[in-house]
Design a protein around this ligand. Structure first.
Ligand SMILES: N[C@@H](CCC(=O)N[C@@H](CS)C(=O)NCC(=O)O)C(=O)O
Length: 205
């Protein structure tokens, strides 16, 4: 059986799915929405979260920060990543860490799931408002970096870009105060025009 990548429409698993398609990897894509209690993801990942990568030997790798480099390393020498020990590899992993910790967990999750951070429902709006302000500053840092570049590192599309595309799409739904990021708006168009992204989105439905 080939490796299987568990994904869900609209989720942060899109980045790993895009990498599979960019590299034409022999990885089966399994649609498995976590909100459906019958989804296989609940027996594959004890946290019930996507993405999860089930290897052909039964090993389960979770976390975007581990899955993205693992997938790239299935195609040694790919331009989507960089050689071990290179500065570029460090920069690509630095961005992946920033997106996972600061943008996703430290930003979007608090905006979308305030109940995980404050018990009292009366305080949820306050958590959401403060989280939106924090996320705005977090996103502004990325926008400044992209003001003079098409892609994050090395002038080419890498696994860090495959992942950032997820959040750039989510940012578009956050409302007017997040519409002012010109570099991110340009970046979103370029990301969504890639054949790998179009194919992944079509497959996820
Ligand atoms: N830190 C994890 C986060 C994974 C995650 O939160 N995935 C979401 C979709 S974007 C999910 O499956 N949520 C279902 C849940 O939390 O119940 C990663 O980067 O892989």
């Amino acid at each position: 059986m080939p490796h299987q990548l568990f994904v869900s429409p609209g989720a942060c698993s899109l980045g790993a799915h895009v990498v599979v398609r960019e590299l034409d990897l022999p990885v089966e894509i399994v649609l498995s929405p976590p909100r459906d209690p019958a989804s296989r993801i609940h027996s594959v990942n004890p946290l019930g979260r996507v993405p999860a990568l089930l290897l052909d030997d039964g090993t389960v790798i979770t976390e975007n920060s581990a899955i993205l480099p693992f997938l790239a390393d299935l195609a040694p020498g790919t331009s989507l990543f960089a050689p071990a020990g290179s500065a570029e590899r460090g920069l690509i992993q630095s961005w992946i860490g920033y997106f996972s910790a600061e943008v996703h967990a430290g930003g979007f999750r608090q905006v979308n799931r305030p109940e995980r951070y404050a018990e009292d429902p009366a305080s949820h709006e306050g958590v959401r408002a403060q989280s939106r302000r924090t996320l705005h500053a977090t996103v502004a840092h990325i926008d400044r970096h992209l003001a003079t570049r098409d892609w994050l590192v090395g002038g080419r599309f890498t696994i860090a870009d495959a992942y950032l595309g997820v959040f750039v799409r989510w940012i578009a739904r956050l409302g007017p105060e997040f519409a002012e990021f010109d570099a991110l708006n340009r970046y979103r168009e370029a990301y969504q025009a890639r054949p790998s992204v179009l194919a992944a989105l079509a497959a996820e439905g």
